[in-house]
Write a protein that binds this ligand. Structure first.
Ligand SMILES: [Zn+2]
Length: 181
C-alpha cells in the first residue's frame, strides 16, 4: 500500500481532473469536495481500524479483503451520490463516476504492494471472483511493517508527497493551457 499521503494526493488528483482546476487556489474553493475525495481515496484502509485487532496491523489477514474491491468502490460511490442527490434533488452521474475512480485508485495502487501482504494479493473482483489477484510487478520501495513511524517510512511518505504534488502541478498547468485556447 502507498501511505495515506499517496492515497490522499491521488484523491485530490481526481478532483483536479474532474473540475479541470487551473490553479492551486481553486482547490480552496472546492475544499469540501477535496475532503470528500481524500476520504474516498483512503477509505478501503478503514479495515486497519479493527477494534478486535491490533490497530494499523498490516499483517492482519483481514487487511486487503472485501473492502479492497471494485464492488466496494461501486457501492460507496452509489451511497455518496445518493446522499448528494437527496440534498440537491438530482442524480449526478459525474459525481458517481469520479467517486468510483477515486476509491478504485486505492485498489489499483495497493495492487503494486499486494505481493507482500498476508495472505498475498487482493480479491479485487469479489464477489464475482473470489481469487486474490497478484501483480507480477512490485513497487520500487517497501514499507517497514513492524514500525509504522520508522525513518524509512517517513522518507517514503515524503517521496510520495513530492511525486504527487509534482503530478498535481503538471495537471493544473495542462488545464490552464487548455482553457486559454
Ligand atoms: Zn489499502
Amino acid at each position: 500500500m502507498p501511505s495515506p499521503i499517496g492515497h490522499s494526493i491521488t484523491g485530490i488528483i481526481f478532483l483536479v481532473l474532474w473540475r479541470r482546476l487551473r490553479h492551486w487556489r481553486e482547490l480552496l474553493q472546492y475544499w469540501r469536495e477535496g475532503i470528500l475525495f481524500i476520504l474516498l481515496a483512503d477509505l478501503p484502509d478503514i479495515d486497519l481500524f479493527n477494534p478486535s485487532e491490533k490497530m494499523f496491523d498490516l499483517y492482519s489477514p483481514h487487511h486487503h479483503g472485501e473492502i479492497h474491491t471494485f464492488a466496494f468502490a461501486f457501492f460507496v460511490a452509489l451511497v455518496v451520490t445518493g446522499l448528494n442527490s437527496y440534498r440537491i434533488k438530482k442524480w449526478n452521474w459525474k459525481l458517481w463516476g469520479w467517486a468510483f475512480a477515486a476509491i478504485s485508485s486505492h485498489i489499483v495502487l495497493d495492487l503494486f504492494f499486494s505481493n507482500s501482504t498476508t495472505p498475498p494479493g487482493m480479491p479485487i473482483f469479489w464477489p464475482f471472483l473470489k481469487e486474490r489477484i497478484i501483480l507480477p510487478i512490485h513497487w520500487y520501495y517497501y514499507w517497514e511493517k513492524s514500525d509504522i513511524f520508522s525513518s524509512t517510512n517517513f522518507i517514503n511518505g515524503v517521496g510520495e508527497g513530492v511525486v504527487g504534488t509534482t503530478l498535481i502541478a503538471l495537471i493544473l498547468w495542462r488545464n490552464s493551457k487548455k482553457r486559454k485556447r
